[in-house]
Design a binder for this molecule. Structure first.
Ligand code: F6P
Length: 527
């Protein structure tokens, strides 16, 4: 297949962009109230307004045509039906099956769906017994990347004001201080440790698991290990070899990608912290987004529209990053989660056939919660030289009993989106302040954003939001013709680290080729 950039759908967008300037500078375009309705999609619990983008209705039509030319509908069918969408590893990526309602299970996947049901039933039984016994007050998840970011985000976002069922802690980094701080606050007798690793070979996770085991054994003796440890892995044999009894090993499958795995037993800390019903509600919300993604026409399909707007800016406007700004402190871990989801999935430089791509892929994702970000990086968004599209995320329901704070939060969110788009002209700036500062007080405007509004921050809506971003990532990978389900770019550094660790331990640097690494090792050993 020739590159997507040679397709007529792509070329039409290039020509369309060239003619767009005058439409975009016409205030009637932005002032037309019908624009909001035609450029918004409302689903149960989640509404997205994408009217503040540098587009007309025609742009959306052309972007949908590009999605179609790139084979998005065919790829989507493959994804849901268990086709080999992860070509380099020869696997399907069936995270959608983990949350599919019985009536949505595709033909041919009934046996796998049954395995999922059995695994969920085991998780529920284990979770309920932990809660019933009241023996444990804390759970520590030891895992990194996809075995950490999703569960921590969900627990942080949904923990009730009065406190969770079990207090969850996340030990991810191999940093000794992180380890010491994580364990210091805990009573070994009241702590459950869940080792989560798809491969059960990840260096950081195994080192932390060994350290946690030693900590437990020192306090309670060897016999405490089976009762205080559980594991989640797609390599259950390795977990058992570690000494975790089979009834406490929760398996998932190699057809679930690490960064797409929070819907599997990887969600065990979510269930332990918040209850299994909450975990199920999360799955229900994601399944709802799956149905929308499968059924809605491309032009009214939220994951497709948001993905294609991302393509629009990355490939036609040369935006090299995008910001995500949730106006809710409890969503502070959304950005790191999205960084792995989008940048590990689509940070690729060769297409599915291994040929170098001739277009940009995966812009950098960054951001922070609002209003904090307003007092840090928003200056760059408003007056910097780069175009950075923004996803604003707001939550309407206020459950903390501080309505005035909530109004202030929403007001700031909406006002920032307006300011980015409308800007302030040189003339207006000159009228409102000293003439010599007018240029400094000018805002160019036409800085695009989406406004995603959740009715409330509950498990179902969070499930919808995360599935939305998963599918957005997948659609972009289809257009860029890259495999979003492998991550070979993380291997080289891991491999080299083994040699460097040996050199740090032994002082023998003879096998290290790079002089800067050799120097760093010597300095670390004070040689
Ligand atoms: O090194 C990257 C990575 O493989 C991620 O893709 C994955 O989520 C993380 O490490 C952890 O892997 P595992 O779950 O196998 O320990």
């Amino acid at each position: 297949m020739s590159s997507i950039t040679h397709s007529s759908a792509w070329k039409r967008l290039v020509r369309h962009k060239a003619t767009l300037r005058s439409s975009l500078s016409n205030t009637r375009l932005w002032d037309d109230p019908r624009r909001i309705d035609s450029l918004s999609i409302g689903l149960h619990g989640l509404h997205a307004d994408y009217s503040r983008n540098l587009i007309t209705a025609e742009t959306i039509r052309l972007l949908a045509a590009l999605a179609s030319a790139a084979g998005v509908p065919r790829q989507r069918r493959l994804l849901f039906e268990g086709g080999i969408v992860n070509g380099t590893e020869g696997r399907p990526a069936l995270h959608t099956l983990l949350r599919a309602a019985p009536q949505d299970v595709p033909k041919g996947l009934e046996a796998r769906a049954n395995e999922v049901r059995v695994a969920l039933a085991r998780m529920r039984a284990f979770t309920d017994s932990m809660h019933a016994s009241k023996r444990f007050t804390d759970v520590v998840n030891i895992g990194i990347g996809g075995s950490h970011l999703g569960p921590e985000l969900v627990v942080d976002a949904l923990r009730p004001l009065e406190g969770p069922r079990l207090k969850a802690h996340f030990l991810s980094n191999v940093d000794p201080m992180h380890l010491a701080r994580s364990l210091r606050a805990l009573d070994p007798a009241r702590t459950m440790i869940v080792v989560t690793s798809k491969t059960f070979t990840t260096q950081e996770t195994l080192a932390n698991a060994q350290a946690a085991r030693a900590w437990l054994v020192t306090a309670l003796g060897e016999s405490a290990v089976p009762e205080h440890f559980a594991a989640v892995s797609a390599a259950p044999d390795r977990a058992r070899e570690f000494g975790i009894p089979p009834e406490r090993v929760f398996a998932f499958w190699d057809w679930v990608g690490g960064r797409y795995s929070l819907w599997s037993a990887v969600g065990l800390p979510i269930a332990l912290a918040l209850g299994f019903d909450t975990f199920e509600a999360l799955l229900r919300g994601a399944a709802h987004m799956d149905r929308h993604f499968c059924k809605a026409p491309l032009q009214r399909n939220l994951p497709v529209v948001l993905a294609m707007l991302g393509i629009w800016y990355a490939n036609f406007w040369r935006a090299s990053s995008r910001a995500v700004v949730p106006y809710r402190q409890d969503l502070r871990l959304l950005v790191p989660y999205l960084q792995q989801l989008e940048m590990e999935s689509n940070g690729k430089r060769v297409d599915t056939k291994g040929r170098p791509v001739k277009y940009a892929t995966a812009p950098v994702v960054w951001g922070d919660v609002g209003t904090n970000g307003q007092h840090a990086f928003f200056q760059h968004l408003h007056q910097g030289t780069q175009l950075v599209p923004v996803d604003f995320i707001a939550v309407l329901a206020e459950e903390a009993g501080h309505g005035r704070h909530q109004a202030m939060l929403l007001a700031n969110c909406y006002a920032q989106a307006e300011a980015l788009l409308r800007g302030r002209s040189l003339k207006e700036a000159a009228r409102g302040g000293p003439a010599k500062l007018a240029a400094h007080r000018t805002f160019p405007g036409k800085r695009p954003s989406n406004l995603i509004v959740l009715e409330r921050l509950d498990a179902e809506n969070l499930g919808r939001l995360l599935a939305l971003y998963e599918h957005r990532t997948f659609v972009q990978a289809c257009v860029w013709d890259i495999n979003p389900f492998d991550q070979m770019g993380v291997e080289l550094g891991k491999h080299l680290a083994q040699g460097v660790l040996y050199a740090l331990d032994s002082g023998d640097i003879s096998a290290i080729a790079d002089p800067a690494t050799r120097a760093a090792v010597k300095r670390s050993r004070h040689e």
